[in-house]
Design a protein around this ligand. Structure first.
Ligand code: CA
Length: 702
C-alpha cells in the first residue's frame, strides 16, 4: 500500500516538473486539487458532484435572482437522440461542461455554446455482451482531479481520462464481472485518490465495499468492506472483527450487503472520508442474521481515514435493518449554530424518514427528527443514539404496514443547503408498503443475478393526496419551514443559489424555480419530458448559466407504477442538455405529447393463466421491470406488451434479444441461461397484460 502511495507521489512530482518546463502551458491545463474543489467562492466552475467538497449544491451566484428570474431563457441546447434515462450532475471546469449520459458515454461541450468538443464511449455494450449483467444504463456523475476526469461504468470499471483530450489514461476493474454487482454512482476524487463503491444488495449474495485508487496510476490504494466476511477466513481489520460481533448465523453465505452505491463525502477541513452505506442482503433479517443483531455497518455513516481507508467512527441510522433503509443518500457538510455553539455538522436524510444532524468531529448524534410519515420507530433516543422501534415493525412470520416504504422518504435525488437561509431543500417521497415474510422459508437464498428481497410485498393506498414534496428543512430546529406538495413522486435533486432561488426539475416535465424563503413558484420552464437530474450553475465571462439534463430516469422512475403512466415512453421524446441564462433566447423544438403505446392484441393467442403467472414471476425475478416498467410503459426501455417481438411464443427475434444479447449495444443485458420454457412463459405474461389492458380500454369506452 505504501509503495503505491509513493509511486503516486512520484508521478505527481513528475507532472509538476514537466509543467515547470513548459510554463506557458500551465495556464491552459487546469490542475485541480482539493483546494480548488473546496473553494466555495469559485463561482465559474462546478467541480464536484455537490459543487464543492461540502456537497451543499449551493452557489454564491446571484445574477439570476428573484427580481429577474422571469427573464430566464434557453441559451443553448444539445439534443441527445440516443439517450434514455438521464440522472447526472454535469461538471464545469474552465468553461467546459462534462457530463455522463446513457451507457456511460461522456461528452465535453463548450459551456458557452453547447458545441461538442469530444466524446468518450467506454463501450459498455461490448463489456456486457453475452454475459449476465444487472440492469441500469444510467449514471449520476463524474469527478475531476489533477488533470483528469473520472468515470465509473455500469459493468464495474473506473476510468481516468485526460480532461483536455478525452483520451483514456487508465482503466481498472473494480469488481469481477461474474459477480452480480452494478454501478450507477459517481466516483469521488479527493487527496490524490478516487473512491468508488457498487450496488448489488438485491441482485445476489454479495458483500459491499468501497475502494480507493491512486488518481495518477489507477492502482488500488485501499478497500474497505462494509460488512464482515466469514470469520474463518480472518478479518481484514479490527473494524470487521468488531462488526462481526453484531451478526448471527452464517450471514456471509448471503453476502450481507451494505453496498455503498452513492453518498460519498470528503471533509477537506477534518481530513476524513464519509461514506453512506446500504441495506442488508437479503432485506429480511430472519434470513440474513437469524436472531438479530445490529449488523454493522449496514445503513450507517462510516468515517474513514482518506489515506488508508482505516475505520474512524460510525453512526448507524437503522440497526438490524430490514426495510431497505439505505443510508446511501448524500451527506452534506456545514457549520451549524446550535445552542450558541458552532458545530461542524453533517446532515443526512436517509430512506428511513429521519433527518440526522451529526457532529462530524466525533460522530456523535446531535439530533434526529422525522421529516416524513414514519411508523417503524417512534423517535430516536438522543442518549443512546438509537431509534426506538415500534412493535410489529419487523414482519417476521407476519405482515406489517411500513412507512416509509422501500423507496424511502428520500433517495438519491440530491438535497441542497443554503448558508444564507440556513435551510436544506429536500426532495421528499410519501409512500408506504405492506411487507410479509410468512411464506419465506428459513433456507431462502438469493441466486446471483436474480432480484430478491426475502420478503413479499403488498401495495398499499397512498399516504397523502400527493406522492412527493419539496421541503425546506431547518436542520437546527429540525422542522419544515415550508413544504410544497408535488402530485408525483421522484422529483429531481435540488440546487439553491444566493439569488434566493431553489431550482428543481420534476417528473411532470417542468423545471421549477422556487423562492428559497417561502416555496412560491417564481419561474417554470416546460421541458416537455420528465426530469430526474439535478441542475448546476456556473459563470463564464460574467454571465451566470444554469445547465440541466432532461430525460426521465433512474431505477424507481421506471419501476414505480405512479410514474410509469406519465407517457414518457421509450423512443418518443428527445433527451437534451439545456442551458439557461438571463439573455437566453433560443427556442427549443417542442417535444411530442406524452405517449402511451397501445398493447398489441393477437386474437389467436390463447393465454394460459398458469404460464402467464410463471412469466410474471420471471419478469419480477430477472428485474425486467427496472427498465421496462411494471404493467405500464417505462421510459428507459420498450413497453413489452406493445412490442411485436412478444406477439407469438418462441419468436426467434425475442430469443435473439433476451438470450443472445442482440441489443446489448442499447443496454439490454443478455440472459444466456434463460430457458425456452421461461421465454414461453414470459410471452404468455405479455399477451395476458396486453389482453387485460385492451379489455380495460374497452370497458372505459362502454
Ligand atoms: Ca437497497
Amino acid at each position: 500500500m505504501i509503495g503505491q502511495n509513493v509511486q503516486g507521489a512520484c508521478a505527481k512530482a513528475f507532472v509538476i516538473i514537466l509543467f515547470g518546463a513548459f510554463l506557458p502551458l500551465l495556464k491552459a491545463l487546469p490542475i485541480i486539487t482539493d483546494k480548488e474543489i473546496s473553494d466555495s467562492t469559485n463561482t465559474s466552475d462546478w467541480l464536484a458532484y455537490g459543487r464543492t467538497h461540502n456537497e451543499q449544491r449551493y452557489s454564491p451566484l446571484d445574477q439570476i435572482n428573484l427580481k429577474n428570474v422571469s427573464q430566464l431563457g434557453v441559451e443553448w441546447y444539445l439534443n441527445l437522440p440516443n439517450d434514455v434515462g438521464l440522472v447526472a450532475t454535469p461538471l464545469v471546469s474552465e468553461g467546459i461542461l462534462y457530463f455522463v449520459g446513457t451507457m456511460n458515454i461522456i461528452r465535453a461541450v463548450d459551456a458557452r455554446s453547447g458545441k461538442i468538443l469530444w466524446i468518450y464511449d467506454p463501450e459498455v455494450g461490448q463489456a456486457i455482451a453475452g454475459r449476465k449483467q444487472v440492469g441500469y444504463v444510467h449514471n449520476r456523475g463524474l469527478s475531476i482531479y489533477g488533470d483528469k476526469l473520472f468515470l465509473s461504468t455500469w459493468d464495474g470499471r473506473l476510468i481516468a481520462l485526460n480532461i483536455k483530450t478525452g483520451k483514456q489514461v487508465w482503466s481498472t476493474r473494480t469488481y469481477d464481472q461474474n459477480e452480480p454487482r452494478w454501478i450507477t454512482g459517481h466516483p469521488k476524487a479527493f487527496k490524490g485518490k478516487v473512491l468508488l463503491g457498487n450496488g448489488g444488495t438485491e441482485t445476489g449474495p454479495t458483500r459491499g465495499y468501497v475502494s480507493a485508487y491512486d488518481t495518477e496510476t489507477g492502482d488500488l490504494a485501499w478497500r474497505f468492506y462494509i460488512v464482515p466476511g466469514n470469520p474463518e477466513d480472518g478479518f481484514e481489520n479490527p473494524a470487521m472483527e468488531m462488526a462481526a460481533k453484531t451478526w448471527k448465523g452464517e450471514w456471509w453465505k448471503h453476502g450481507g450487503g451494505g453496498h455503498a452505491w452513492h453518498g460519498y463525502t470528503y471533509d477537506d477541513e477534518l481530513d476524513i472520508l464519509l461514506i453512506g452505506t446500504g441495506n442488508g442482503s437479503p432485506w429480511n433479517q430472519r434470513i440474513r442474521s437469524p436472531g438479530g443483531g445490529d449488523n454493522l455497518f449496514l445503513c450507517s455513516i462510516v468515517a474513514l481515514d482518506p489515506d488508508t481507508g482505516e475505520y474512524l467512527w460510525h453512526y448507524q441510522t437503522t440497526p438490524g435493518e430490514e426495510w431497505d433503509y439505505n443510508s446511501t443518500m448524500d451527506i452534506i457538510l456545514a457549520d451549524l449554530e446550535i445552542e450558541g455553539e458552532t458545530v461542524k455538522a453533517l446532515m443526512h436524510a436517509p430512506k428511513n424518514g429521519f433527518f440526522y444532524v451529526i457532529n462530524r468531529e466525533t460522530g456523535q448524534l446531535i439530533s434526529a427528527e422525522k421529516y416524513a410519515d414514519v411508523n417503524w420507530a417512534s423517535h430516536v433516543d438522543l442518549e443512546t443514539g438509537r431509534p426506538v422501534e415500534v412493535e410489529g415493525a419487523r414482519y417476521h412470520k407476519s405482515s406489517s404496514y411500513i412507512l416509509p416504504g422501500p423507496s424511502g422518504a428520500h433517495t438519491w435525488h440530491a438535497m441542497s443547503y443554503s448558508p444564507i437561509t440556513k435551510l436544506v431543500y429536500l426532495p421528499t417521497l410519501h409512500a408506504g408498503i405492506g411487507m410479509d415474510d410468512s411464506e419465506i422459508p428459513d433456507d431462502w437464498a438469493l441466486k446471483p443475478f436474480d432480484w430478491g428481497f426475502g420478503v413479499n410485498f403488498a401495495f398499499t393506498p397512498p399516504v397523502r393526496d400527493y406522492d412527493g414534496s419539496l421541503q425546506a428543512w431547518d436542520p437546527v430546529t429540525q422542522k419544515a419551514v415550508w413544504e410544497v406538495p408535488q402530485k408525483l413522486a421522484y422529483a429531481a435533486g435540488t440546487m439553491v443559489t444566493a439569488g434566493g432561488i431553489v431550482f428543481q426539475g420534476a417528473p411532470d416535465g417542468f423545471f421549477y424555480g422556487y423562492d428559497a424563503s417561502n416555496g412560491q413558484i417564481v419561474w417554470k420552464y416546460d421541458a416537455g419530458l420528465g426530469i430526474s437530474a439535478p441542475p448546476i450553475t456556473y459563470s463564464i465571462d460574467g454571465n451566470q448559466y444554469i445547465s440541466l439534463l432532461v430525460g426521465f430516469g433512474g431505477g424507481w422512475a421506471n419501476g414505480a407504477s405512479t410514474n410509469s403512466s406519465l407517457g414518457w415512453s421509450y423512443g418518443v421524446h428527445t433527451r437534451r442538455l439545456i442551458t439557461f441564462s438571463l439573455s437566453g433566447k433560443e427556442s427549443v423544438p417542442k417535444q411530442p405529447l406524452p405517449y402511451f403505446p397501445k398493447p398489441l392484441v393477437e386474437q389467436d393467442f390463447v393465454v394460459k393463466k398458469g404460464l402467464a403467472d410463471a412469466g410474471a414471476e420471471i419478469y419480477q425475478q430477472k428485474g425486467c421491470w427496472q427498465c421496462h416498467g411494471f404493467d405500464a410503459p417505462g421510459g428507459v426501455a420498450p413497453y413489452l406488451p406493445a412490442s411485436p417481438l412478444t406477439l407469438s411464443t418462441m419468436n426467434p427475434a425475442l430469443t435473439a434479444v433476451v438470450r443472445d444479447g442482440g441489443r446489448t449495444y442499447r443496454g439490454m443485458p443478455a440472459f444466456p441461461d434463460i430457458s425456452d420454457d421461461q421465454l414461453h412463459a414470459l410471452t404468455h405474461y405479455f399477451r395476458g397484460v396486453a389482453n387485460s389492458v385492451a379489455a380495460r380500454t374497452l370497458d372505459k369506452k362502454d
